[in-house]
Structures are given as C-alpha cells and as structure tokens.
Design a binder for this molecule. Sequence first.
Ligand code: GDD
Ligand code: MN
Length: 378
Amino acid sequence: MVPPVSNSPALPAAEPWAPRELALVVPTLNERANIPVLVGKLHDVLQGIEWEVLFVDDDSKDGTAAEVRRIAQTDPRVRCIQRIGRRGLASACIEGILATSTPFVGVMDADLQHDETLLPRMLQALREEQLQIVVASRHVEGGSMGDFDKKRVAISDFATRLSRLIVSSDLTDPMSGFFMLRRDAFEAAVRNLSGQGFKILLDIFASSPTPPKFREFPFRFRTRQFGESKLDAMVVWEYLMLIADKLIGHIIPVRFVLFALIGGIGVGVNLVVLKLALQAGLSITGAGVWATLAAMVFNFLLNNQLTYRDRRLKRWKLLRGLITFCIGCSIGAVANVGIAAQVYGQGNSWWLAGLAGALIGAVWNYAIASTYTWGKTK
Ligand code: GDD
Ligand code: MN
C-alpha cells in the first residue's frame, strides 16, 4: 500500500472551461491540404459556439494525421484519432462520435465540399425545435448536386429510391454525408448500426428504434479543390450490402449468403474446367486437380473483391490468403464427402446426403475464411 503523502501540494485549479456544445466528426483519408483550410473556416463560422473538431484518419499516406496533430498542439479545439489497419467512412464516423461527449454532434467531409456556413443554423434548429437529426440535403429546394456528372446523379437517384426498402422516413438525400444529431438519438441507434461502407446517415435512420424526427437544409455540393474522391464504382456494391444487411442481416449474415452464392458459381467453374481438361486429354484425376484448383482460385478472388471487400487482401497477403483459403477448403471438401457418406449410409436419399455435406462444408469454409483468410489478426 502506498502511504498517504503528508503535505501533498494542492492540485492547480482547473482553467475555467465553458461546457462544449458541439463536436464535429470529420473522417479523413489523404486530405492533408484540406485540414488547415477547414479548421480556419470552422473558427470563422462557429464564433460564439463552444465546439471541437475530431478528425478520424485511417492512416493516410500523405501525413493527414500529422497535420491534424500539428494544429492540435496550439488549438485545443482540434483532435485526432488515427486508426491503423482499418478502413471505412461509416465506421470512422461511428468511432469518432463515440469519442466525443457533447450533446450535439455533426458529421462532415474534410474536403470542403460541404458548406460549413450551414453549421450554426443546423445547431440552432436542433437546440430550438423538437428534432433529433438535421440533414444537409442536395435534393430539397435550393440544394444542388453541384457539378456531379450525369451518371453519378442517376446512381444517387436510384440509391435514394432503394433506401425506401429500409427507411420509412421521407428523406430526400439519405446519401448525404453532412448532418448533425443529438447524442441521445445516436445512442439509441448505435448498437444496431451496420457500420458498413459509406452510408452512415442511412444506417442511423435504419437502425433507430423509432423514425428520428428530422429536418433538411438545402445546400449546394461544392467542387473539390485538393485531393481526390475515394468513392469508386464499388460504393454501389457496398450500398447494396448495407441494404441487404438491414433487410436480412438479423436472420442470416449477408456475408454468408454471398459466400455460399459464390461457392455455387465455383461449382460451375469446376465443371467447366473439368470438361475442358478431359477434352485436352488429361486423366480424370489430373483434370480433377486442375478443376478444383481453378474453382478455389476463382472463389478466393471473387470473395476477396466482394464478400470481404472491406478487408481486401493485396500483394503478398493475397498469396498467403490464397494458401490458407485452399487449405481450409480442402478440409471442407473432406468434411463434405464424409458427412454425405454418413447421411447416405443411414438410409437417406442421395440428394439429402449431398445437401447436408455441402451445407456443413460451406459453413466450415466460411468459418475458416472469416477467421483466418480474411480474419482481423495480422
Ligand atoms: N477515415 C476514413 N476512412 N475517411 C474516409 C474514408 C475511409 O475509408 N473514405 C473516405 N473518407 C473521407 C474522405 O477523406 C472525405 O473527408 C470524406 O470521407 C468523403 O469522402 P470523398 O471521397 O470526398 O467522398 P465523395 O465526395 O465522393 O462523397 C461524398 O458525397 C456522397 C454523396 O454523393 C460523401 O459525403 C459521401 O458520404 C456521400 O454519400
Ligand atoms: Mn468529397
């Protein structure tokens, strides 16, 4: 036990500190040049408000986190969370919000495309009206997509329509990455959030126990000046995954469904290669080996692109992943045959035996793939 210290000096009195009202959470990936500009703009527009800004950086290569810390050294309103080995806009926002304590939290992009002059009005609406969320929308009167190309406008319209499957609220811009909410509204939803992909606002709406009361503010999406967009063609895919997760995720994991579907296509690949190899004059064993290999490589690559896109393996990790995947699947194949033989031996029909074997094999392969091949451990 530590003996009590006599004559211990009194702690210095804490600096008077006005309670903070608003925290802004800003996800970043290679936004170095935008950081000081954004912080400067926030100081300009948020005068008279007690605010802070928290950047959640996914280990940007351009030194974004270092830039945030440089500013944070002299500006106590600025903080940085640096995530290593992680990716994802939605999960960055969730973790950022959880690391703040203010009654109101705003989420906005770092790239100056979101009009920061709206922030005081958004906060005021949350303070004074019976609202849980305020959303900056490009689709209410007065708002605009800025100079988005036609293709992106069309995709965005389609996605908005699709969102009705999981959200009953009449949000005009569920894709918006610019919104503000009360902490209690976030806390009511946080344990149900999917955290997948880009669509954190939609996720919050779809995960709230009752439809949140919201109001929309029109805004014009600005053009990016520094850096480039991180949204690629796959955002559509990630979006569909979010919708599927919200629709069926409570019954069966969407990842498993995808994994099994791709496995099914793999069977087709196996058959085609088998046929070709036999035609080329290989023995049935030789042809079988090539066919199995082809199916496994095909399944591995497709799962890497789609099922486990958020944990995608690259370069030498891709090779290591392929090896663990092939070993896992080989054991799965043995289990498949063994189970099928046993079920068949108990007097069941061939198709039931085959189905039981395939199901056990698929679950096994999925477990190995999720924990080893695309597992979180390094
Ligand atoms: N931490 C983290 N991790 N941040 C990320 C990641 C990530 O994986 N991906 C992107 N960001 C950051 C960017 O640095 C930027 O600050 C913000 O998230 C938005 O990314 P952009 O790449 O600029 O997206 P955008 O401009 O194409 O899309 C915006 O508009 C969409 C509406 O069409 C975003 O606001 C989307 O959320 C929004 O749906
Ligand atoms: Mn952007």
